[in-house]
Write a new protein. Structure first.
Length: 317
């Protein structure tokens, strides 16, 4: 496989690149000018802005991929709430630019378009666990943009279109995640408390939300499995199928850390509209590709905590 990863410098992109290289594939990836990038010399880095059609086209032309993993875009829900148009530009127009580039420069390439479980939005109890046929009721501009990009990919996959597979990963975490996301934020604060850099008060948002968490390394393997074995035009949930409250995630991390903390709700971390519960069903992808999560949840959390313990004090503030 000659793989091109858009957004290779991001959290999931770096893990996906490592998994592909370990399997002996050739890997190149796009990074936006000034963005973070992998340091592995085996990876060919191509500068491209996902919101610039010409630079995306040039990247696909240069890489000539046989498989393209489209990960680039805006990934942070609160950012989309502050700037909805940015979410639409990056996630919807960006997807169109990528697919147009493939059509023009690598039309036989298989394309994996990464959506999100957030597109499902507000689900009824009868919808759980969420299958791929569940109606979309997104509650954030991010969720709307990922639903729209998913539909764009479906439309472009119809004959005589492109060879596209869609995936809808639910929440994932692991080593290397930035502290804007909840598991990494909790770990960062706990390590800061361990080192005496922060008082034993932990800033939290809504602890009652229930989410379906997986390890990012499992999700990266799911991207590869869907790319290799998924059916053209189909969509697949990537999830653990287990719902965990944010409170239980925090309690597990506190137990691993061993520190005593007071939880303090930070109004800035509360969303005006929050999805109460998102738990997926991964039966379809397991039947089609054999993929399922394999990394135990407590191992994932331990790895997140270890990752933050290895970081310098300057990253903990």
């Amino acid at each position: 496989m000659r793989a091109l990863i858009t957004g290779i410098g991001g959290f999931a992109g770096q893990h996906l690149a490592a998994r592909l290289l370990a399997r002996g594939h050739e890997v190149s990836g796009t990074v936006r000018p000034g963005g973070s990038r992998p340091t592995d010399p085996q990876i060919k880095i191509i500068a491209a802005d996902i919101e610039d059609a010409e630079s995306v086209a040039n990247a696909v032309t240069a890489a000539q991929p046989t498989a393209l993993f489209h990960l680039a875009g805006l990934t942070f829900v609160p950012q989309s709430l502050r700037d909805p148009t940015a979410a639409m530009r990056a996630n919807v127009l960006g997807a169109i630019y990528v697919l147009a580039a493939v059509r023009d420069a690598a039309p036989s390439c298989r394309v994996l378009v990464v959506g999100s479980g957030d597109a499902y939005g507000r689900v009824e109890p009868s919808d759980l666990p969420i299958t791929e046929t569940c109606p979309w009721r997104p509650l954030s501009p991010y969720g709307v943009s990922k639903a729209a990009a998913d539909l764009v990919a479906y439309q472009w996959s119809q004959p005589p279109g492109l060879d596209i597979v869609r995936v809808r990963p639910f929440n994932h975490t692991g080593p290397g995640q930035r502290s804007a996301f909840v598991c990494a934020d909790f770990a960062r604060q706990l390590v800061a408390i361990e080192r005496g850099l922060q008082p034993p008060r932990l800033s939290v948002g809504n602890l009652e939300a229930i989410r379906d968490f997986s390890d990012v390394r499992d999700i990266a393997d799911g991207y590869i499995a869907a790319c290799e074995h998924g059916e053209r035009g189909e969509a697949y949930n990537l999830c653990s199928g287990v719902g965990r409250s944010i409170r239980s995630v925090l309690e597990d991390l506190i137990a691993m850390s061993g520190v005593s903390v007071e939880m303090v709700v930070d109004a800035a971390k509360l969303r005006p509209i929050d999805v109460p519960q998102l738990v997926g069903c991964g039966a379809k992808v397991q039947v089609a590709t054999g993929w399922c999560v394999t990394i135990p949840w407590r191992q994932t959390l331990a790895n997140v905590l270890t990752d933050w313990r290895a970081r310098p004090d300057a990253q903990l503030s």
